[in-house]
Design a protein around this ligand. Structure first.
Ligand code: WTA
Length: 631
């Protein structure tokens, strides 16, 4: 089983060893898994290409490590504990044995529909057990899953399906969220009007709502599963075979498909899970993320199952039926480790302490956060009210591209400092550089966060466009992976993540490219041009502020704003809707036509008093006009 650090002294020693001799360190971790054939070489890497390979020549299947390996020792232990949206509906459990059987059955269904090793399958699903089972079924037969968060629009879904030329979509009829029942299959039907590669659709039944049916293409999952066998030989995979694609937003262009491979991802997610959360045998662990994002992939499904944990999967929202739902679930299922996002903490904090205090949270041992910087007030509230002033909070910094947690306290081991992600995990070598790429070696500095050495779950490529991967992450600074984040290192060497330094906005922990939102806004026929920036938002962390130039002044500003939001909802999804839309006659541009976002950001966050030098602008007067009209 994965090795676990238990004291700070041990952490320091292990960290040192992992830097001095990374290959031996990771080989020892990898040795705790089941390999069909052992690797012949631990690591080969060249960040310039980039070309990174871990555990070369190793043969394995991640599901044999998530499932089969546990059958003897914990076949009857709960693997997935599913809590439905409606507290009145019964929770569902799957023991490791049951989960194994379900995964095998679904793997047969995929095969029956012609899915083979290397084929891509798109998931567009609510948080129901079939989603986790489906991912594992893909991995079982070597198919590559590409999960698209079910809040994305038909348009965004079609783009992602086409980029990866997926052969199949797996979805549900509908989705229960709070007191709403949201159509899912309907969105898929629209997307599939423009996705020539899709041959079949498997539909899980959840809400029972009426759906359009295209016979020959659409199949009910439960019908297909009925006759499928409960055992299915796992496909032998190479360490470096692709495990999954997950789309994420960057500063330019369309979202890119981040690619993770089988062996390294397995080793790193299990190792980081065990150590960060200090998971003990028999604990109940709950991560509130959606599987549509990397957090759900790594720390609801793969990491916990690899570690033989009981992982809770929640279908609903934190505020339904009321703002006490998270704590009610913690009490009901006696949750030991609880992992959520700062935006959820802030939203619940705003609802008042009374939703927390009635609940028995005495089983909790570890609290965690992820996805965005946590502010001091939220940290303190979480620590005081939920953690009763004694539980460790692991503020985990990482990214879709890193596959797993990179900088974080190890619960109860690393000392804490509110709003600091603190120290790197063993094997992770972060550094701060200035704009010229010069490493800042002293403490008490701020700089651009880079990683100097590969770790097993680093992205391998961006699907279908390797050059884009190189340009985005490996071209800024020589021989370093550039994260896109700015960070501070304090006098003791602890890291605090400040936020993105590129044109990515983090809205409620969701990454959004400004260019992506602008492109969507520009689809409105009355829009000539737009510029989008983030601004501080009390609950969401950052909100979206759009400056828009129109062909002619709208007759009704509010109606126009509503239309723009509608267009964005159709192009991307409701999560990308601008909070503020300011109609302007021009944008601050340099003489070469580049929009000066720096100025717009300052106007949007109300710090426009110190705009700096605006003399390089084509039309400095426009700044005054925008400032006067700020929302
Ligand atoms: C931000 C989510 C501060 C950061 C796992 C990063 C954080 C981006 C933290 C990745 C944290 C994530 N503190 N900022 N603990 N965790 N971020 O790909 O800007 O959805 O680059 O992965 O979220 O977002 P992604």
């Amino acid at each position: 089983m994965t090795l676990r650090i238990r004291t700070f002294e041990e952490y320091e020693a292990v960290y040192q060893e992992s830097v001095e001799n990374p290959e031996a360190f990771w080989a020892a971790q990898a040795d705790t898994f089941f390999w069909r054939k052992k690797w012949s070489k631990v690591l080969e890497w060249d960040f310039r290409k980039p070309d990174i390979k871990w555990f070369l020549g190793g043969k394995m299947n991640i599901t044999e490590n998530c499932l089969d390996r546990h059958l003897k020792t914990r076949g009857d232990q709960v693997a997935i504990l599913w809590e439905p949206n409606d507290p009145g509906e019964a929770a569902k459990t799957f023991t490791y044995r049951e989960l194994h059987a379900e995964v095998c059955r679904m793997a047969h269904v995929l095969k029956k529909h012609g899915i083979q090793k290397g084929d891509r399958i798109c998931f567009y699903m609510p948080m129901i057990p079939e989603l986790a089972i489906g991912l594992l079924a893909c991995a079982r037969i070597g198919a590559i899953h590409s999960v698209v968060f079910a809040g994305f629009s038909a348009h965004a879904l079609a783009d992602r399906i086409n980029d990866a030329t997926c052969k199949m979509v797996i979805c549900a009829d509908g989705n229960y969220r709070g007191n709403k029942s949201i159509p899912v299959k309907e969105v898929v039907d629209i997307a599939l009007q423009n996705t020539p590669s899709i041959e079949s659709v498997l539909v899980a039944q959840r809400t029972g709502q009426e759906v359009h049916w295209q016979s020959g293409r659409d199949f009910w999952l439960h019908e297909e599963m009925k006759t499928a066998s409960e055992s299915c030989e796992a496909e032998e995979m190479d360490s470096e075979d692709m495990l999954f694609i997950l789309y994420t937003s960057g500063s330019t262009g369309k979202p890119k498909g981040v690619v993770h491979s089988c062996g390294g991802y397995m080793v790193y997610t299990a190792y980081s899970f065990k150590n960060v959360f200090q998971y003990d045998e028999g604990d109940v662990y709950w991560c509130t993320a959606d599987i549509g994002w990397i957090t759900g992939h790594s720390y609801i499904v793969y990491g916990p199952l690899l570690a033989g944990a009981t992982t809770v999967m929640f279908e609903g929202v934190p505020t339904y039926p009321d703002a006490g739902r998270f704590w009610e679930i913690c009490e009901k299922h006696q949750v030991n480790q609880f992992y959520t996002a700062p935006t959820a903490i802030r939203a619940l904090q705003a609802q008042g302490d009374r939703h927390v205090t009635p609940h028995d949270l005495s089983k909790l041992k570890v609290l965690g956060t992820v996805g965005e910087p946590i502010n001091t007030e939220a940290w303190e509230w979480y620590h005081r009210l939920v953690g009763k002033n004694k539980l460790p909070i692991v503020d985990t910094w990482w990214q879709t591209e890193t596959g797993g947690i990179m900088i974080s306290p190890l619960a109860g081991i690393t000392w804490l400092k509110p709003t600091y992600a603190t120290l790197p995990l063993p094997g992770i070598q972060p550094c701060l550089v200035n704009a010229d790429g010069v490493e800042l070696t002293e403490n008490n500095v701020e700089g651009l966060l880079c990683i100097k050495f590969p770790w097993p779950s680093i992205l391998r490529t961006t699907y279908g466009d390797h050059e884009r991967c190189r340009l985005t992450y490996f071209s800024h600074f020589e021989d370093m992976y550039f994260t896109g984040d700015g960070a501070r290192r304090d006098e003791n060497g602890l890291y605090r993540i400040i936020g993105r330094v590129d044109d990515v906005i983090n809205v409620s922990g969701h990454r959004m490219g400004t260019a992506e939102v602008e492109n969507a806004i520009n689809e409105h026929p009355q829009v000539v041009e737009s510029a989008v920036v983030g601004f501080p938002h009390k609950i969401k962390g950052q909100g979206i502020y759009a400056f828009v130039i129109c062909t002619e002044a709208p007759a009704d500003d509010e109606a126009f704003r509503k239309e723009v939001r509608q267009v964005v909802t159709e192009e991307i999804g409701p999560i990308a809707k601008p909070d503020k839309i300011q109609i302007v006659s021009g944008l601050p541009k340099t003489r070469s036509g580049k929009i000066m976002r720096r100025i717009l950001r300052k106007i949007a966050d109300g710090t426009a008093d110190s705009l700096g030098d605006v003399s390089t602008l084509l039309d400095p007067a426009v700044v005054e006009e925008i400032r006067a009209g700020v929302l």
